[in-house]
Design a protein around this ligand. Structure first.
Ligand SMILES: Cc1cc2nc3c(=O)[nH]c(=O)nc-3n(C[C@H](O)[C@H](O)[C@H](O)COP(=O)(O)O)c2cc1C
Length: 312
């Protein structure tokens, strides 16, 4: 019988599937819904120092027929002081809650991470990768040195595991991952959205209020899998033992298994919930379990990174 549990964020997770930051996780109640439908852990919406309304509408646009989503929410959130209630409610679900935070520098990030730790989060995820917010996100997360400085500050400020969430909008994602881990991160989360734009020929204008957005959903799956593969390859080469959490375009067990075989220890599920709802957690978990039983894998760990062994 296959064992889906993984141990990467402190308390053991019953399966490797987490709710990704920013999708149906603004409130404690919406995080609980994902828990009820089978999520092994939940990541909060990225929260900053102060309340932020985000960008003006429209903030999201679907492409193709469920192919992807372009969003420029602009990190709307109530601010860290008002977010305690949401974390406390999410914690009643009995699975690890990972607090996602964003800021401008090591000082902001350390303060926010400390608050998430006080609220009861099992780990903290540093959003170093949002492609549509000025002065935060990928504006600072595209530079390995800057990432190292922020991670190092946070790691010495909290005692819970620290994960750096990375942007794919760089030529060197493995360099950034290595820098984060060398600075004290327990692991990395890859990937955030790809920078994109959609123009309406009828109006002659970009459709999103912010013009630029971030692409997510099935269209980005191969970019995420490649990113995780490159990060795992670099970690193996440097003999670094760190966690990789894969995210981007996962909508089935087949997609999830690709990430695991590239090198992911756990996964996050985001945009697909727009099309399939939170029931997708149960569907993916049982699909992974069926595959393991069929192919003779006993644990998730047995499959992590096996694609790295393939001959060139
Ligand atoms: C509407 C929306 C809001 C998002 N908000 C956040 C956020 O607040 N913080 C963050 O780190 N990532 C955010 N993301 C990125 C997702 O967590 C995820 O990295 C990305 O969407 C790729 O996964 P997916 O294809 O499964 O959605 C957001 C994505 C979407 C679509």
């Amino acid at each position: 019988m296959s064992d889906l549990s993984v141990n990467i964020v402190g308390p053991r997770m019953k399966n490797p599937l987490m709710l990704a930051s920013g999708i149906l996780d603004e409130t404690g109640e919406s995080m609980l819904m994902a828990v009820k439908k089978g999520a092994g852990a939940v990541v909060t919406k990225s929260v900053g120092l102060e309340a932020n309304e985000g960008h003006r509408n429209p903030t999201a646009f679907e492409i193709g027929d469920g192919l992807g989503l372009l969003n420029a929410m602009g990190l709307p959130n109530p601010g860290i002081n008002d977010y305690e209630r949401e974390v406390k409610i999410a914690l009643t679900g009995g699975v690890p809650v990972i607090g996602s935070v964003f800021g401008r520098d090591g000082k902001d990030f350390s303060y926010l991470a400390g608050k998430m730790e006080d609220y009861g989060a099992s780990a903290v995820e540093l959003n170093l990768s949002c492609p549509h917010a000025k002065g935060v996100g990928m504006d600072i997360g595209a530079d390995p040195e800057e990432v190292g400085i922020i991670v190092s500050a946070v790691s010495s400020a909290v005692s819970i595991p620290v994960f750096a969430k990375l942007t794919p909008n760089v030529p060197n994602i493995a360099d950034i991952a290595l820098s984060a881990v060398k600075a004290g991160a327990e692991g990395v989360v890859a990937i955030n959205t790809l920078k994109g734009m959609i123009i309406s020929p009828e109006t002659g204008l970009p459709v999103l209020g912010n013009r630029l957005g971030g692409l997510s959903g099935p269209a980005i799956l191969p970019v995420g899998v490649r990113s995780v593969f490159e990060i795992k390859q670099r970690f193996m080469k440097e003999e670094v033992n760190a966690v990789i959490i894969g995210v981007g375009g996962i909508s089935s067990a087949h997609d999830a298994l690709q990430y695991i075989m590239a090198g992911a220890d756990a996964l996050q599920i985001g945009s697909v919930m727009r099309w399939k709802g939170a029931a997708v957690f149960g569907e993916i978990a049982s699909g992974i379990s069926d595959f393991m039983d069929r192919e003779g894998y006993s644990t998730i760990k047995d499959m992590v990174g096996i694609a790295q062994e393939a001959k060139k």
